[in-house]
Design a protein around this ligand. Structure first.
Ligand code: GLA
Ligand code: GLA
Length: 696
């Protein structure tokens, strides 16, 4: 690729991350290896079809071995070597892990945990996001790197820091306290407004001076919920400020090269509201690590789906995943046969135009020596490397997919980071409920029904969705309430569940009975939550089972139908699942934790009225996940086998990857994905159902 500004801009604007080809590669850490290995790396990268690497992510100590003393010789050499081999570079600003000299000179940049512990150097990311001293050093490094490489022909993107906030997001230091107060002054303007928002009349917490306010450090008992929520928002914003500061330096020196930072849109990272970061990158990139076991595939689909919708349907960059095991769970199992390719292609289905791994060559030393890589400890004559080479070929065949967008589904599953934070707070009716589990339960129920759904950030428009599923949507503002009411008024459908609509944006309870802000929409009033004890189960009349949570519904409006009732315990006979009808629209309320199986039956019931819930795949029984991307002149249908058995489908298009045609049918191997290309005329549910009719 030439580096003239126009072309680069187009690269971003069209979302054509691969400029007509899928990007494929890894984090590359050549500073961990002697020169002779570099040559071997180039040969093996070519063999695998690697065409991009992320470089210098953790190289600060090599690039600036002493304050202000630079050593770029090795980076010059590897940049040139990569370019000679046709491999492009997503070049890091190298600021993720400060070198030992920096924290020796300035121990005051080290972050402080909630209980006052100062984190030491010796791992990585040991810096306070709000430290002015750290910021100065980081921006100086960013500037020097940008000036040196802005014109390098291998450079295709800037990689700002790395997984910002992964280990240092919640910093409770005095720097954080100062920055928190400024953030609060901007938000509230007056202390009266802050005192009101935080409910400081409780427990004598009223503030008379801004300087009295601290981060919510360890305290004798339950800390102020409004303060905790604002500190969480502040912390997500503070790390974003660091992103903005580095981005500004890059924009000044290298305005035409797109900038990104790798998000962590995944089940183990809830602290960052990525919906508020999207505007600060030229293209979205994400890291995702497979959860081992049966739920892993659907978990991957869920987060990839959210990533695609954070990117507003445009192509995004899968910056990291693992070829096989990670090294940070309690038991780190290798991927099963087929999973390496399946996982990559599932991300591609959800909009990734780049498939990259952490990391190219498995490290010999250091904390991640047992984390898989594209080239494992065993070397290239290995199962993993053979899969890596095969994936390279499959991605090559998927070149026509690049630049295409996700095709919008007709069902949305709302996702709200702040409801995740707040519903999981201490001092709640139960600590046994989990937002992410509840939301994923409904998503998996839709997959089970063969229904394509978009996992949608709550701030995105849901005007074009026929069904909006909003599980445990805990925080509902007046504005969000109105948007949900509009859905039903328009003749569309809302489904929501327990512990939704309970609080406002300050975690203050809406009065008059639960589900608070959604009481009118749903036409029910709940007087008391009735969480269940460990092991306790309550049967519903339909045969569904409630665990962890039930509620006492005491009022049901005249236009509300009771669909299911509690069948034992103190609530026996009381409504459990209700549906209010407004014209052709409906608002369904599920007051209990009935799990994925219960969710599936509720959705199946609604499907009598709602075609969008009847499934995209004829007779699929949920065995396939159907994902669709749509390009200028073709449609790409990804059929991912969710089972461990082969599945035969009637194919309505040309097979781009993942299987050989056998006449008019195709077989999808266990855990396999096939990608069909069809004409644009085959848009809409019915033709797709023909495209992917499951035969057996
Ligand atoms: C994160 C980091 C990588 C690496 C991987 C290991 O995603 O960005 O540097 O540590 O985790 O899984
Ligand atoms: C104690 C305290 C009260 C209140 C209750 C709650 O009794 O004195 O202020 O916190 O616990 O159970």
């Amino acid at each position: 690729m030439t580096m003239d500004g126009g072309q680069t801009r187009r690269w971003v604007k069209d979302g054509a991350l691969g400029a007509g080809r899928m990007r494929y590669g890894a984090d590359y850490n050549p500073e961990q290896w002697p020169r002779e290995v570099w040559r071997d790396d180039m040969r093996l990268m070519r063999e695998a079809g690697v065409n991009v690497v992320s470089l210098a992510i953790f190289s600060w100590a090599h690039l600036e071995p002493r304050p202000g003393e630079w050593d770029f010789a090795w980076l010059d050499e590897i940049m040139d070597l990569l370019h000679e081999h046709g491999i492009d570079v997503d070049l890091a600003t190298a600021t993720a892990s400060p070198p030992p000299w920096l924290t020796r000179l300035h121990p005051e940049v080290l972050p402080q945990t909630v209980d006052g512990t100062i984190l030491s150097p010796g791992a990585r990311q040991h810096w306070r996001p709000t430290s002015p001293i750290f910021r100065d050093y980081a921006l100086r490094l960013t500037r020097v790197i940008a000036e040196r490489y802005a014109q390098h022909p291998a450079l295709v993107a800037w990689h700002i820091s790395n997984e910002l906030g992964c280990h240092n997001l919640y910093d409770f230091s005095d720097d954080a306290a100062r920055a928190f107060r400024i953030w609060l002054q901007e938000r509230y303007a007056t202390l009266d407004a802050l005192n009101d928002a935080w409910g400081t009349a409780f427990w004598s917490q009223r503030y008379s001076e801004w300087d009295e306010i601290l981060p919510p450090r360890v305290a004798p008992t339950q800390r102020n919920p409004g303060q905790q929520l604002d500190f969480e928002r502040f912390s997500s914003d503070a790390v974003r400020d660091h992103l903005r500061a580095e981005a500004a330096v890059l924009a000044e020196i290298s305005p035409n090269v797109p900038r990104t930072t790798n998000f962590m849109v995944a089940g183990n990272v809830r602290e960052i509201d990525y919906a508020s970061w999207v505007g600060d990158v030229d293209f979205v990139s994400n890291d995702h690590y497979l959860v081992p076991g049966p739920a892993g595939r659907d978990d991957l689909s869920f987060w990839a789906n959210l990533t695609g919708n954070l990117a507003a349907g445009r192509p995004w960059f899968l910056m990291e995943h693992a070829t096989s095991a990670v090294n940070w769970r309690s038991a780190n199992t290798p991927k099963r046969p087929g999973e390496l390719i399946r996982d990559a292609l599932t991300h591609v289905g959800h909009g990734a135009d780049a498939v990259c791994y952490f990391q190219w060559r498995q490290s010999r030393a250091g904390g991640e020596r047992y984390h898989s890589g594209m080239v494992p400890h065993a070397g290239p004559d290995s199962r993993v490397f053979r899969d890596v080479v095969q994936l390279g070929a499959e991605l090559d065949a998927l070149a026509p997919v690049t630049g295409s967008h996700r095709e919008q589904a007709r069902v949305a599953v709302l996702f709200d980071y702040e409801s995740w934070w707040v519903s999981g707070r201490d001092s709640h009716p139960s600590d046994r409920i989990a937002y992410d589990v509840e939301v994923q339960g409904w998503y998996r129920a839709l997959l089970d029904l063969g229904v394509r759904a978009d996992v949608l950030p709550v701030g995105a428009s849901f005007d074009d969705y026929e069904v909006v599923v909003a599980p445990m949507l805990h925080i509902v503002t007046d504005e969000l309430r109105a948007r949900l009411e509009d859905v039903v008024r328009d003749g569309r459908h809302v489904v929501t569940t327990y512990f939704s609509g309970i609080v406002d944006e300050h975690d203050r309870v809406w009065l008059g009975g639960y589900p608070g802000a959604l009481r009118d929409l749903l036409g029910v009033t709940v007087e008391e939550f009735v969480p269940l004890l460990p092991g306790e189960r309550i049967a519903l009349a339909s045969g569904a089972t409630a665990s962890t949570w039930t509620e006492r519904i005491t009022r049901v409006d005249h236009d509300v139908e009771v669909l299911d009732a509690y069948a034992d315990g103190d609530l026996s006979g009381a409504p459990a699942v209700t549906r209010r009808r407004v014209g052709t629209g409906t608002a369904t309320y599920v007051s209990a934790d009935i799990g994925r199986d219960g969710a599936r039956e509720v959705l199946r019931g609604l499907a009598d009225d709602v075609a969008a819930l009847r499934g995209d795949v004829r007779a699929a029984r949920g065995d396939l996940e159907v994902i669709v991307r749509i390009g200028a002149d073709a449609r790409f249908v990804f059929l991912a086998n969710r089972t461990d058995e082969p599945i035969t489908v009637a194919r309505g298009g040309e097979i781009l990857s993942g299987g050989e045609p056998i006449g008019d049918i195709a077989e999808i191997p266990p855990r396999g994905v096939i990608v069909l290309q069809t004409g644009l005329e085959q848009v809409g549910t019915a033709p797709l159902r023909e495209t992917a009719a499951v035969l057996g």
